[in-house]
Design a protein around this ligand. Structure first.
Ligand SMILES: [Zn+2]
Length: 211
């Protein structure tokens, strides 16, 4: 699977193929990406360095913004292409016939681009005009992406802080005469402390719901 992922990542990162992965794919790619960076930076899991810190140390961005940057860069070139060029024709063309199925549709490259432009607070109406001015376009994409990337990193940090500072719950383990764990409220027995704890949490949730 790893080699498949490497190939996939390579194809995406090179921006040659115009497919846009879905959220789950991006998450998988992100995991793989950070794993590689950890290996390169020689950070072991025992060092307990969070993913956001790895990205900062490597001066790299997450997969999503890498993909976004490639797409935006490519579209910047596309705008400057002569109108007879095939990529440009495909980009602006629409299917003449065919049915749409109910529910979520497969997005066109253009639809994903629109989403990305919104994400970096760029107008999806006037981007083509901006893209014809090379320097301005590049600066706009760069700053937009920097803003886009800084927010999730800060979010990751605050989520982690919350997780780490949350007090660990303690459980009153109750044992019957045979030394088995059991629940005092409903007499259910458990093989492991883990099972007992999860059951106790379910009780707590139920009590919370009732009050
Ligand atoms: Zn119980």
């Amino acid at each position: 699977m790893a080699s498949g992922l490497i190939q996939f990542a390579f194809v995406l990162a090179s921006g040659i193929i115009n497919i846009m992965p879905n959220e789950a794919d991006i998450k998988r790619l992100d995991t793989f990406h950070v794993k590689c960076l950890r290996a390169i930076l020689r950070v072991k899991w025992q060092d307990r360095v969070p993913n956001s810190e790895i990205l900062r140390r490597a001066e790299m961005t997450g997969m999503e913004s890498l993909l976004m940057r490639n797409q935006l860069r490519w579209c910047g070139h596309l705008v400057l292409m002569e109108s007879f060029r095939l990529p440009k024709k495909v980009f602006y063309s629409e299917l003449a016939s065919g049915k749409r199925k109910p529910g979520g549709q497969y997005l066109r490259y253009r639809d994903v681009l629109k989403r990305h432009l919104t994400a970096i607070s760029m107008s999806s109406e006037s981007w083509e005009e901006l893209a014809t001015k090379r320097t301005e376009w590049r600066t706009a994409v760069k700053t937009g992406l920097e803003n886009f990337e800084s927010t999730p990193l800060e979010e990751l940090d605050s989520k982690r802080r919350h997780r780490k500072t949350r007090p660990k719950p303690s459980y009153d383990y109750t044992y019957d005469c045979n030394g088995n764990l059991y629940c005092a409220s409903c007499n259910r027995t458990f093989k492991s402390k883990f099972g007992f704890a999860s059951h106790a949490r379910a009780h707590a949730r139920r009590d919370q719901g009732m009050s």
